[in-house]
Design a protein around this ligand. Structure first.
Ligand SMILES: [Zn+2]
Ligand SMILES: [Zn+2]
Length: 282
């Protein structure tokens, strides 16, 4: 019986050893984020977007792939430098483009040629497919008065963490698959279970990150609910499906770990107005 020499597979081919390379933020990096672009989904159309910071730290959602610069109108061209998104081309034959230009659920921001129109149509078909299969539920349109009352994407605190929700609290939908192989239509917020409380809590700071000025932010706090209820919210399941471990998830839970820099646009400094109570007739 012969033994395999060290550094070789059983068939004699060389064994390649990869040494993991730790990720670090360079001291000279203009951004303090370890990973500059974070993938997400557009809440209107469900298509993939990459979130970057601009030079002034405001976030921008870019289409995930580069495009040929000559096919993109000049005002729509963006480029990345050191993890920061800049609003113009960098002279290379490629450029990035804001998702808002291509989003099939928005009015185009600028005149788009046949190439961009084709991408837009392709994204529209994908939105339709995601909606039909129940993998994506478009966020309900919001008006300015609605935004003042109930944030379209509230920040929720549970299990000692903060998350950015995908929809308003009332529209967060169970992700479980029903017996008919459809996504469960029930909301996670159930009248039979204890609800969360809107509270003003300090905006978190992160060590080694750029920090925001100290401010209180509006948070839907579930921290006082029983642990099992917080787990139910985190798993995004309605009360009927929390006790049905056999029911598979038909969609991923829509929670995004809250990042005070990336999600600045969703920070509200006032509590939402409580819904008006119906008056009794005397
Ligand atoms: Zn979109
Ligand atoms: Zn359910």
């Amino acid at each position: 019986m012969c033994s395999t020499p060290a550094g070789r597979h059983w068939d004699g081919s060389p064994r390649i050893t990869r040494h993991p390379r730790p990720l670090q933020v360079a001291a000279t990096s203009p951004t303090r984020l370890l990973r500059a672009g974070q993938s997400s989904r557009c809440r209107r159309c469900g298509n993939r977007i990459d979130l970057y910071q601009r030079a002034d730290q405001r976030p921008i959602a870019l289409h995930p792939t580069e495009l040929t610069a000559t096919l993109v109108p000049e005002p729509c061209r963006w480029h990345l430098g050191g993890g920061i998104a800049y609003p113009h081309g960098d002279g290379s034959p490629w450029c990035r483009i804001p998702h808002a230009v291509l989003c099939p659920c928005r009015t185009p921001l600028c005149r788009t040629g046949p190439h961009l129109n084709a991408i837009r149509r392709h994204l529209a078909v994908r939105t339709r497919r995601l909606t039909d299969t129940g993998a994506f539920t478009p966020a309900p349109p919001t008006t300015s008065s609605q935004t003042a009352q109930h944030p379209a994407r509230p920040v929720v605190q549970m299990l000692l963490c903060r998350y950015l929700a995908e929809h308003t609290i009332e529209h967060i939908r169970c992700v479980a698959q029903t017996r008919h192989r459809h996504r469960c239509p029930h909301p996670v917020l159930a009248p039979t279970r204890p609800a969360g409380t809107w509270r003003l809590l300090p905006t978190p700071r992160r060590r080694g990150q750029l920090t925001l000025p100290d401010a209180l932010m509006s948070v839907y706090d579930l921290g006082h609910l029983p642990y099992s209820e917080q787990l139910r919210w985190r798993a995004q399941r309605c009360p009927q499906h929390v006790a049905a471990p056999g029911a598979a998830d038909l969609a991923p839970a829509g929670w995004q770990p809250f990042d005070p820099l990336l999600h600045t646009a969703h920070i509200r400094t006032r509590l939402p107005h409580p819904p008006a109570r119906p008056r009794r007739n005397r």
